[in-house]
Design a protein around this ligand. Sequence first.
Ligand code: FES
Ligand SMILES: [Fe+2]
Length: 471
Amino acid sequence: MIARAGYLTTRFGGYLHREVPEEDAELSHVGPDTPCGEYLRRFWQPICFSDELKDLPHRVRILGEELVVFRDLSGAVGLLELHCPHRGASLEFGLIDAKGIRCCYHGWQFAADGTILETPGEPADSTLKDRLYHGAYPTHEYGGVVFAYMGPPDRQPPFPVYDSFVRPGYRLMPGRKYFYPCNWLQIMENAMDPAHTAFLHTIISGSQFTNEFGVMPELEFVETPVGMMSISTRRVGHNVWARMVEAILPNLQQVAPIWETGDQEHPFSGPMMSRWIVPVDDTNTLFIEFRHVSETEGVTPAWWADRTIMIPGQLAAESYEAGQRQPGDYEAQVSQRPIAIHGLEHIGATDRGVMMFRNQTRRGIRAVQAGGDPTGLCRDAGVVIPTYCNDTVMRMPPDVDPAMDRRLMRETGRRLADGYLKDPPLLASNVTREPAVGDGFTRRSGAGDESGVRHELPRRALATCGKRADE
Ligand code: FES
Ligand SMILES: [Fe+2]
């Protein structure tokens, strides 16, 4: 039998609770040379929106590193170490010009790849600039978002394109960017904790999504080739509503529509949003999202195409009291402490998804430490990677026995998920599509001209990117 700490077995035992364990550093620390920091650096990470790069440099902090991002007048996007290699002035005060950025202090000029182009105050025969590079990271723009690869140069993977990004009949648009002052892991865990949609978002705070979220769902969790997903199944009259929310390793969430009511039967909906949870440092995190907007009227609500409108229940409440009266994700997750202490938790049956995600993350971290590639990393350029997030609503009259009905719901959710894993619906819809600007796909010969090319996207992603590389 496990001996419990005295405070846990004593009424009015608060005085006995003195020892506070450390956070799980392996999973939560993200700086350079930390195990998790190295893991996250193996993947392309979003750092800002393209439309944030105007005439002034843009200072960012990502994975504990101080950086500056800019677009020079030739269009090249640079991500450089913030402090000038001459004597440390910040390049956020630099001058963007045709070929890079020029430090404000003594005019040294840097290209997007870190080449030092000029050291104008130095003697004409100085070789200083030829002997040094300034620290730089590769960038890639996709769908209005700027991504960076901050890992070892010889391990750079191609930019991953998921099937939800190239879905026919849908527009991929940049959404919102916002910050939480807490560790990245507890934010990722939230998406694998669907019980909170019933409690936090509906029962406790009033309906922040739809009223139907207020029923505690039947829960299943499954691993996918690129991560995992939660399956929450609820009964809505004669329908069964299965909601699958996805964690794509290491730090991308795909969220099913929050406007679902379950009252109309429909097949696989796909995600409403793909949202990265990017560590700024150990105790601050950036959210940056793509929204998926249907080109068919009425499929996605009109407000979803308006970037200025935020999903309910995500941002900090307007005041401390408002947060106490109607807490949302911000209040719940930030208040878990700057870094949640796993050693103080008491994990229940509803936390199976959280534990599965922690295990996947730990496996990925250790795979990188062992010199391998983590699950979720795709090294095949030009493939479309299948994903699975969706709502599905099926007509299925209730069993007279409530326990049997709950079992029926669980089995239905699981069966749907198994079918989607076997034959990913979005991948099937992506056999041909119109190109997105800058998507980097190989154009196939004979497929059309440059203006209206139809791409054939190979359906081999499951075989190549679906392998569990860290097992
Ligand atoms: S500190 Fe940047 S050029 Fe001198
Ligand atoms: Fe939430």
